[in-house]
Design a protein around this ligand. Sequence first.
Ligand SMILES: C[S@@+](CC[C@H](N)C(=O)[O-])C[C@H]1O[C@@H](n2cnc3c(N)ncnc32)[C@H](O)[C@@H]1O
Length: 93
Amino acid sequence: MSRCEDYLEVGVQYGFTLASVDVKNKTGVDPNLMFNPKLAPGVKLHRTTSDGFFSELPQEIQYDLIFGRAPYFEQTARDFLNALKHLRPGASL
Ligand SMILES: C[S@@+](CC[C@H](N)C(=O)[O-])C[C@H]1O[C@@H](n2cnc3c(N)ncnc32)[C@H](O)[C@@H]1O
């Protein structure tokens, strides 16, 4: 994989994985964040659902790595299809 600079995590909960990922730019999405966003300086956090996030995400925004685990199949399928539109060439999903 080429250099990873932009990471998106769908469903961050307590932010454990988000905090452990060593990537320059990190974005987290969760309608039910379980930690204080002020404790994650430099990280962009969106308190919304993945559907809401992707519906407003400008087309040109791309990520090198997208991680998420939706609670049920239909949501996972939607997240997967939405994520495909925002993967930089050579990215991982
Ligand atoms: C298993 S936890 C995530 C754990 C986290 N990725 C980690 O590795 O520490 C699942 C999270 O997904 C969030 N979630 C559920 N449905 C969601 C959706 N449609 N969009 C974004 N986040 C969602 C929940 O609020 C919950 O915090």
